[in-house]
Design a protein around this ligand. Structure first.
Ligand code: ZN
Length: 197
């Protein structure tokens, strides 16, 4: 487990000047030390956490979001143990987020169950950058649920804003294999019929 503070400082709770400076600068909140500590302690329990890299934790709406890089296949195991370890903190839920450095990819990860039509980057004259995410209006109920936390996490990680734009779009029907074959047969039959005329 890679963490931005010294493991010895996190484990003992006594911070060296270097680690203290990172907290004082606001790079990490004081309570994040407890999260880092829990993660480091899990190294003995879960094998292969060596490359997992702690980025940040965010509390939003009584949920704890832990953003980790190279999470790989450890999500479920980590989530299970963290739930046990952190249950006295009183979070409704612990959500692990797989960090990626590309902002667009990050949007897709954060909105992973939402259908996204497009993501575009815009540069304001004042120098700020924001992203407009186009989503079909029939997905709005999902964005109502996770849209605000996504905006917040994205802002903290990239310093940029997200705007959602809901567009009217007919639901695209995804054909299963059987339907595809049926459609194929129909086309063939139509072709034959046309030739007979
Ligand atoms: Zn230190």
């Amino acid at each position: 487990m890679q963490i931005p503070l010294d493991k010895i400082c996190v484990k003992s709770g006594i911070l060296c000047p270097n680690c203290q400076a990172k907290i004082d600068k606001g790079l990490y909140e004081k309570w994040e030390i407890d999260i880092m500590k829990a993660l480091v302690e899990l190294e003995d329990k879960i094998k292969g956490l060596k490359d997992v890299n702690y980025k940040k934790s965010i509390i939003f709406d009584k949920k704890l979001y832990i953003i980790l890089e190279n999470l790989g296949s450890h999500r479920h195991e980590l989530e299970k143990y963290l739930k046990e370890k952190l249950n006295n903190f009183g979070f409704d839920r612990i959500v692990l987020i797989d960090y990626v450095s590309s902002p667009k990819e990050l949007i897709y990860k954060l909105l992973k169950n939402v259908e996204i039509k497009s993501t575009n980057i815009y540069y304001s004259p004042d120098g700020s950058i924001y992203y407009v995410v186009k989503i079909p209006s029939y997905e709005k109920h999902k964005v109502d649920e996770i849209g605000d936390s996504t905006k917040r996490i994205f802002k903290i990680l990239t310093k940029n804003d997200i705007y959602y734009e809901f567009i009217d779009s007919p639901k695209t029907k995804i054909l299963n294999d059987e339907e595809k074959i049926e459609q194929h047969i129909d086309v063939n039959q139509l072709d034959k019929l046309l030739k007979q005329i």
